[in-house]
Design a binder for this molecule. Structure first.
Ligand SMILES: Nc1ncnc2c1ncn2[C@@H]1O[C@H](COP(=O)(O)OP(=O)(O)OP(=O)(O)O)[C@@H](O)[C@H]1O
Length: 324
């Protein structure tokens, strides 16, 4: 188990990580999500003792990494896949790492097999594709057969087959009872890989819950309705009827009405009771990616400044609220 308690890291005036407390449990994949620059790598470096916290603590199995007995066999990490010395073969790279950690040579062949690099093991890793480099980084992390694994953006730059492979591997490692902590800035990817999510924005904790709970809580659906007159009197009347019935309504620029909090059937009944004709009544499920964008909005360091082109964007302040 990894446990962070009030973890804080400042670089001069810049606070990269602020009062972060969370636990990463064994047996499940925990996704560590946050926009670029939100502090994921900094946190992972502190977990691994590569950076010292300004305040707070982070431990693995109760010990700070640097005090962990036999750390090389307990913890494996992929931080920067490009860090491998390109002049060496994959096998030689792994052999030297194994020697440093006091691991048997035969383990190198095992991990090469696990990551599917056995056939190219004697080629210079400098000529490896991005995907092969990631696999080599993962092989390095797996060398000590560790109980605790950290992967920083392991699918970055991988093709769909590679992404699928990483996802399957993470899940397998967790099913073996290991603690698997994997960072990503992509919600869609984490929703498919992780069981649990720790979400941060600008170094602060935004959510710590199961993927299922996150979906239930954040990806609420809505219904789009349209009256024959677009943004006219009928639509305004319908908006009022719906608001009186407890629904949330939001007028859209193209004349439709975005309705939350009531079922399509109830909307249809209410419209019928008030003799309002509907030209559209379509249920929508806001995607998890949108929910994530909303959650981390305002917690993103650099923004394009462009308004969202997403017609389903439900961020507050976009598209005028209906008068009801
Ligand atoms: N050594 C450093 N000195 C100064 N600032 C730093 C240092 N390392 C990180 N930062 C800053 O801390 C913040 C968090 O960076 P970090 O790399 O941890 O984020 P991240 O979530 O991993 O982002 P990315 O996905 O882009 O790697 C950023 O604003 C970054 O510029």
């Amino acid at each position: 188990m990894i446990e962070a308690d009030g973890l804080t890291k400042r670089y001069g005036p810049k606070t990269a990580v602020e009062q972060l407390s969370f636990q990463v449990r064994p047996g499940v994949v925990t996704g560590f999500l946050g926009p670029n620059g939100s502090g994921k790598s900094t946190t992972m470096r502190m977990v691994l003792g590569l950076d010292a916290p300004t305040s707070g603590t982070v431990t693995i199995g109760g010990y700070p990494y640097r005090e962990l007995p036999n750390a090389a066999r307990k913890v494996g990490a992929l931080l920067d896949a490009k860090a491998v010395h390109g002049g060496r073969s994959a096998r030689n790279h792994l052999l030297s790492m194994a020697r440093l950690a006091g691991l048997p040579r035969q383990r190198v062949d095992e991990v090469l097999e696990i990551v599917g690099l056995s056939e190219v093991a004697d080629r210079r890793s400098g000529g490896f594709s991005l995907g092969m480099g990631q696999r080599l980084g993962i092989a390095t992390a797996l060398l000590g057969d560790p109980e605790v694994l950290l992967f920083d953006e392991p699918v970055n730059g991988l093709d769909p087959e590679g992404i699928h492979w990483v996802r399957t591997l993470m899940r397998r490692l967790a099913s073996e009872g290991r603690t698997v902590f994997v960072s990503s800035h992509l919600m869609s990817e984490m929703a498919l890989t992780a069981d649990h999510l720790v979400v941060i924005g600008q170094g602060r904790l935004l959510a710590d819950m199961s993927v299922r709970e996150f979906i239930d809580r954040h990806s609420a659906g809505f219904v789009r309705v349209r009256t024959p007159d677009g943004a006219g009197e009928q639509r305004d009347r319908l908006a009022k009827v719906l608001a009186d019935a407890g629904a949330g309504t939001e007028a859209e620029q193209d004349g439709a009405l975005k309705v939350t909090g009531v079922t399509p059937a109830r909307i249809s009944n209410l419209a019928h009771e008030h003799s309002i004709r509907l030209y559209e009544l379509s249920p929508h499920q806001a995607s998890l990616e949108e929910a994530y964008m909303r959650l981390t909005q305002g917690a993103v360091e650099y923004r394009s400044g462009m308004p969202s082109a997403d017609p389903y964007d439900m961020a507050p302040g976009r598209g005028g609220e209906s008068e009801g």
